[in-house]
Design a protein around this ligand. Structure first.
Ligand code: ZN
Ligand code: MN
Length: 443
């Protein structure tokens, strides 16, 4: 059996799509900006004396996400300063949350096992560095358009045990965020950034390993999976040689599907966290939290169970339909339209679901057009069985060679005959019914 167990906890950063930034009134649209440094002010540029004012919408959305993840919302919360020196944040510290995050203890269920959410907290994004050559000199430019954008950080417990497991978890989290409409969660643009913390231990040891390796800022589920698989093998190799992997931060290298050492990982004390004296402690009343809970719409898991129960879909179909909220909504508008027609019985929800799943590209048809198409197809199929039998007789009278071939065991001829019968019926008739009737006649 497997001698080693992979242990992964994840940190996920998600940029919230609020209209303004986290602690100032600047526009929050770093990707839409036509020039660097146009959405800036003394606060997000870290000028002395400029004061931060928390964005109420960002707090509301963080709590909304926490509730959707089944978290306990903390009655008291505060913002802290996390210090580090790097030019992407002019203040010299990031406003984040240390010991009193907004949300704790959630859960995400996946087919490979539940992943507990340790915490969900709110912080601010940093600016973007751009390395360039100007007048022959290597320079680093800073764009602060993204600096101060509200950033939610989701931290899991170390409950993930493989690359595939991580991928399933991340897909569900991504889906949830998209359903809530709080972020584009566009990974190519970096609106959702993924960091697995990976270690490996002997399967018969229950204690957590004494080290972990963090792979920074990955922007695709597949890369997370590959990074975890690569690290697992690397750690096992070291452990088998009696070594312990070094606690460090690594980067993912797309070209080789491997990871590369970057720096040794800092400990929390290196950041000198302390409460931001410019922002008062935040107290959330029960009624405020309940108000937000009431705005929660049906979430993907609940939708899947309802679609199975209410519309008779099998679970796999329901999961596919529910994957995107737009397709779930589209499906339900089609179903309600079909229920208003005489053909209700033949246009079953399962029928509609399969039609939506089977089409490759996103549908251009309106629900009305789709239902009309299904109804006309059904009408075509509905034809007097005696007419079908007559057509079969007509065809068989002519196709003597085909009959001979069929009797010699060339069964592929059957599909040819079905086609001929359909032609005789001017495209009408149900292929499988024709086939059954043909078989009866051919014996
Ligand atoms: Zn600003
Ligand atoms: Mn963070």
């Amino acid at each position: 059996m497997n001698e080693y167990t992979t242990i992964v906890g994840m940190e996920i950063h998600v940029e919230l799509a609020t209209s303004s930034k986290m602690f100032c009134g600047c526009i929050n649209d770093p990707f839409g900006a036509t020039k660097p440094n146009i959405y800036t002010c003394p606060t997000c540029l870290g000028m002395p004396g400029a004061l931060p004012v928390p964005n109420a919408k960002a707090i509301e959305w963080t709590i909304k996400l926490g509730l959707a993840l089944g978290c306990e919302i903390q009655p008291y919360s505060k913002f802290d300063r996390k210090h580090y020196f790097y030019p992407d944040l002019a203040k010299g510290y990031q406003i984040s949350q240390y010991d009193l995050p907004f949300c704790k203890k959630g859960i995400v269920k996946t087919l490979l096992g539940d992943v507990r959410i340790q915490r969900v907290h709110l912080e601010e994004d940093t600016g973007k560095l751009q390395h360039a050559i100007i007048d022959g000199k290597k320079v680093t430019l800073v764009d602060f358009n993204r600096c101060g954008v509200p950033l939610v950080e989701i931290v899991t417990e170390p409950d993930i045990h493989s690359g595939e497991h991580a991928k399933l978890f991340l897909k569900k989290l991504h889906q949830l965020i998209r359903y809530l409409g709080i972020s584009s969660a566009d990974m190519e643009k970096g609106s959702m950034r993924l960091e697995p913390n990976i270690s490996v231990r002997k399967s018969n040891v229950k204690k957590l390993p004494t080290y972990k390796v963090e792979v920074k800022n990955i922007n695709s589920f597949n890369f997370v999976k590959k990074a975890i698989d690569f690290e697992t093998n690397r750690h096992i190799d070291l452990l088998q040689h009696g070594q312990t992997p070094v606690q460090e931060t690594r980067g993912y290298a797309e070209a080789t599907s491997s990871t590369i050492s970057q720096r040794s990982k800092e400990e929390a004390q290196d950041y000198r966290y302390f409460p931001d004296p410019d922002i008062p402690t935040i107290r959330l009343t029960k009624s405020y939290v309940e108000e937000i809970r009431n705005t929660l719409q049906e979430l993907p898991d609940a939708k899947v169970s309802r679609f199975v129960k209410e519309y008779n879909l099998n679970e796999q179909e329901a999961i596919q339909i529910v994957e995107e909220k737009t397709s779930a909504d589209y499906f339900e508008s089609c179903v309600s339209l079909a229920q208003g027609t005489k053909e209700t019985a033949i246009i079953a929800p399962t029928h509609i679901a399969r039609r939506i799943i089977n089409q490759q590209e996103k549908t251009e048809l309106s629900p009305k057009q789709l239902i009309e198409e299904l109804i006309s197809k059904q009408r075509q199929k509905q034809i007097d069985p005696n007419l079908v039998r007559q057509a079969i007789q007509t065809v068989l009278r002519v196709q003597t060679k085909a009959i001979g071939d069929y009797k010699k065991g060339k069964t592929t001829v059957l599909m040819f005959l079905v086609g001929m019968v359909k032609q005789e019926l001017k495209g009408k008739g149900d292929a499988s019914f024709i086939e059954t009737e043909l078989k009866k006649r051919l014996g």
